[in-house]
Design a protein around this ligand. Sequence first.
Ligand SMILES: [Zn+2]
Length: 368
Amino acid sequence: MDASIRLGKIFGIPLGINYSWLVVFVLVIFLMSSNFQDMFPRWSTESRWAVAVLTTVLFFLSVLLHELSHSLVALAWGIPVKGITLFIFGGVSQLGHDARRPLTEFLVTVVGPLTSLALALLLWLAWELVGGYNSYLNAVLFTLFAINLSLGVFNMLPGFPLDGGRVLRACIWGATGNYWLATRLALHAGQAIGATMAGGGILWAVTGNFQAVWLALVGGFLLYVATVNYRQEAVRQSLRSHQVQEALSGIWHPLPGHLPALSHEALMALFVTGYTGLLVDGPPYGVVTGRQLTYVNQLSLQTATLAELMTPLSDFPSIEAEAPVFDALEQMEESGSQVIALVKDGRPIGLLNRVEVLELIRNSRRRR
Ligand SMILES: [Zn+2]
């Protein structure tokens, strides 16, 4: 979420407000003000607006506390937190990566709704104790109690991307050990909840309750996020289930190091392997990329041998041939390299570029 106003940091976590939140902020102030007008008709206009603004700011703080609880538990479990952003449909904690164990995911997630429910309980107690003293306290405390209660309950609906969906995933994942099954179920549940809310909201709005438009919008948003996430997870899954050597094409024969870089054999081998690069026989084994060879041509280093040009295998990004494609992509991302060497028993068996990896993913999706 880029279009955000930065609000500084809390516990070292950057806080941001997306511009879309400002729309809600104004909308909520108006809604509260009109509600207070119905409930407390004897309030002056000034005090009605003042209480509406105050309650809205505290509403905003409630959402922030909910997100902060997710972020703090994530940090405690070693997951980096990039920031918290508030946007039109609530808040989001941007974690550096997903939890790698079901228990961690469960704890990081469940703490959010629990925080909201605990706040609701405290606010209800305060309302019982001091709400009777004056109508302002009564209005602020009761409204915030209702808001936090709904935040806690709504977020526990068992469908991704809601907290309840993540809790559901953590439970199925923990029980079956099958991350992909758990994710799929939680995402489908999220789609079902989103579609129901969107459909119900539209029906309700058509039959006269205009505020139900909001329900329809939130439902549509949930449906959209769950569907996009489903596609991403499917790609990730196919990256996990395929071995990196499946993406290897061309015929790879390591060439002797004494060959001149621009010899006929070297150029033919480069051609056969699609210009990705060459393997140099060893030990020490090495890699000459297609890009390096083009460079040689330009610098008129025509007399250089492959051994002189090569990067030793130990200095080149490399991966075991049986490793998941996912790991290869991650490693290319980290090293900033477009090419990675595949290794079997300490010997290079081929080079792979990013395009070939992506091709493998595309083909595996078509086959399904
Ligand atoms: Zn949450």
